[in-house]
Design a protein around this ligand. Structure first.
Ligand code: BES
Ligand code: MN
Ligand code: MN
Length: 457
């Protein structure tokens, strides 16, 4: 292990340079004009896996953006770790809010600034470099398989069928993912839960054409006004969601679990200051930590309609639209929630408009049990890497594929992420600390070492 750690410190600068090369490729999965860049990023990762020492490395074409697969089987009697990550990134917009171009990475104040620096190119790349270090120093203790996809940020639609069709190729003992955060650089944590999600788009139609807002205004429903009222009514004065039966399947946590999670270090004033808000807001009866992890939510992600260009136009538009997401917690089901939403949204629409609800994508919530070899190995690794025992922590974000690993491959996923909630993922000026990048590369080999040891007893 000492040899492996020395290899990492000797090749530090090259590791960073290589990551910057990957960050220069604008692999935005949501943007159809970027499909050549998706191919370019996939090919680069395949080459990297090969150079690092994988015996198999290939780009698998699926209906959507390709999946990169790699493996090194050193001994079939040893346990196998399946590493999952994603090379696709969120759109960089709004571009004018970036201090430097999103696909022209720069290092500033010990941080890498670029779209995907943290989510998830930087974090995924740590695994390739840790793998390289273990292979080159003869310290790889487990078999390894890599599955790096290109559609995570758009819901991983093509991944379900890929898992179904490649069960044998993907057979493993545990899935290891770095695509989440730690509490702070001096407070390591392991993510033990993810929220699920239901994402949909709604359309409200009033009159069959845009109208003069003076001639018709007041007499005909304005779909934007109606849509705003409808969205506003989806939560009440206590910020409870008003959709009937929405909370039916929510797993309520016991007092003990709640008080344990609220003991995690959290500075509310620093949180407000970071976000530039005078106060937080959320469901009555729950703390900020709880609101952002163990409770379901409903948010409007975008809303449009009517005239939005410069100046004024007096118009009563025919249509209004919104994108609405609901974060779900164990044991809520995204399909069931989509149905409840649709029924309710249609029911509350006044007769002066018609509504259309189109589901986009969804993902199941996930809980990682802490009494298994994978979690124990991650605990050991984080403690070795940071010199401090990690805390378990539930995350508010979603990784839709994680529940499918369990359902299709029967595998538990260990969420050993190294980002920070302040890394501005999905936002302008996304960044990833050099500390976090290197700490991840150093910590990952300890996971393999301990997972092999625990699997042997
Ligand atoms: N890496 C994030 C999820 C995440 C971030 C989990 C921070 C925990 C802490 C992932 O790339 C992501 O953004 N997922 C999407 C999923 C959606 C597009 C279906 C999300 O959570 O919005
Ligand atoms: Mn991610
Ligand atoms: Mn993301």
């Amino acid at each position: 292990m000492q040899k492996c750690q020395s290899y990492i410190s000797e090749h530090k600068d090259r590791f960073l340079d290589e990551l910057l090369g990957l960050l220069r490729i604008p692999s935005v999965s949501a943007d159809p004009s970027r499909s050549a860049d998706m191919q370019k990023a996939a090919a680069l990762i395949r080459d990297e896996l090969e150079k690092a020492g994988a015996d198999v490395s290939k780009v698998c074409e699926i209906e959507g953006h390709p999946i990169v697969y790699g493996e090194k089987i050193i001994d079939p009697t040893l346990p196998t770790v399946l590493v999952y990550g994603h090379y696709d990134v969120q759109p960089p917009d709004p571009l004018d809010l970036w201090d430097s171009p999103p696909f022209d990475p720069v290092i500033k104040d010990e941080k890498i600034y670029a779209r995907g620096a943290c989510d998830d190119k930087g974090q995924m790349y740590m695994h390739i470099k840790a793998f390289e270090a273990m292979v080159k120093t003869g310290s790889l203790a487990c078999n390894v398989k890599f599955m790096i996809e290109g559609e995570e940020e758009v819901g991983s639609e093509g991944l379900g069928p890929f898992l179904e069709q490649n069960k044998e190729m993907l057979a493993a003992d545990v899935v290891l993912v770095s695509d989440t955060s730690i509490i702070a650089n001096d407070i390591p944590s392991i993510t033990c839960g993810l929220r699920g999600i239901t994402y949909l788009q709604v359309e409200v139609t009033g009159p069959n054409m845009d109208l003069h807002s003076g001639t018709f205004g007041g007499a005909v429903a304005n779909p934007i006004n109606v849509l705003c009222k409808m969205i506003a009514s989806l939560t009440d004065e206590n910020n409870h969601i008003t959709i009937p039966n929405f909370y039916d399947d929510v797993l309520e946590l016991g007092e003990q679990e709640r008080s344990a999670m609220n003991k995690a270090p959290f500075d509310l004033d620093a949180y407000k200051e970071m976000l530039g808000i005078a106060d937080v807001q959320g469901e009555a009866g729950y703390t900020t930590i709880e609101r952002a992890s163990i409770r379901p939510t409903l948010d409007c992600n975008g809303i449009w309609g009517g005239y939005t260009e410069e100046g004024a136009k007096t118009v009563l538009p025919s249509k209004a639209h919104a994108k609405i997401s609901m974060r779900l917690v164990p044991n809520q089901d995204p399909h069931k929630i989509a149905d409840l939403f649709q029924k309710h949204f249609e029911a509350i629409a006044p007769s002066s408009v018609s509504v259309k609800v189109d589901p986009f994508h969804g993902g199941q919530p996930y809980l990682t049990p802490t009494d298994n070899k994978g979690y124990k190995a991650a605990h050991y690794a984080m403690e070795k890497g940071f010199g401090k025992a990690p805390l378990p922590a539930r995350a508010g974000g979603s990784i839709p594929i994680v529940a499918l690993f369990e359902k299709t491959l029967g595998l538990k996923t260990i969420l050993m992420g190294f980002g920070l909630n302040s890394d501005q993922i999905h936002s302008p000026n996304e960044h990833y600390g050099l500390f976090n990048f290197y700490k991840g590369i150093e910590t990952i080999p300890y996971f393999y070492e301990e997972f092999a040891r625990l699997s042997a007893c």
